[in-house]
Design a protein around this ligand. Structure first.
Ligand code: NI
Length: 172
């Protein structure tokens, strides 16, 4: 088991547009394994590569509540090809600790992506699964869930965030 450091807001890597994955190497497989360890350890239900400091288009998700069975999905170079409806759900983020907010998302999305072996796949997701995928795909574009809030709410969050960070003792 190998845990990666989770980068937190306002680390610049979280704001970069991630690069496309071109080769499906051993290093990529190792990164996927490390991300899974890190996500389950956190614990979280989704994690995008930029959150562990790797600016590439890779994310993993596992929305099932049974943490005993590790059955996550690795999604590479995703593209939303269809979407419908809206839903509002409470979201949090491992990179924006101690904050949650209601965010409006598509109810249902269809994705085109590559799996960890580089094969092209398509999937349709609804409800919470669709929310997590949209949240993680945002990470690949340098977008955080707090960006979906109204400017007023966002500035309140930023103030709260500063307080949270100030209260943490950061080792030198
Ligand atoms: Ni997140």
């Amino acid at each position: 088991m190998s845990l990666r450091k989770i980068y937190q807001y306002p680390e610049p890597v979280l704001r970069k547009k991630a690069n496309k994955v071109e080769s499906f190497t051993e290093d990529l497989q190792q990164l996927i394994e490390d991300m899974a360890d890190t996500m389950y350890d956190a614990p979280g239900i989704g994690l995008a590569a930029p959150q562990v400091g790797e600016s590439i288009q890779l994310l993993i998700v596992d929305t099932r509540s049974d943490a005993e069975k590790r059955e996550y999905l690795a999604v590479i170079n995703p593209e939303i090809v269809a979407s419908e409806g809206t839903q509002i759900d409470e979201e949090g983020c491992l990179s924006v600790p101690d904050l949650t907010a209601n965010v409006k998302r598509f109810k249902k999305i269809t994705l085109k992506y590559q799996d960890r072996d580089g094969n092209t796949q398509e999937l349709t997701a609804e409800d919470r699964f669709a929310v997590v995928l949209q949240h993680e795909i945002d990470h690949l574009n340098g977008i955080l869930f707090i960006d979906h809030l109204t400017p007023l709410k966002r500035s309140l969050y930023k103030k709260k965030m500063k307080k949270v960070m100030a209260s943490k003792k950061v080792p030198a």
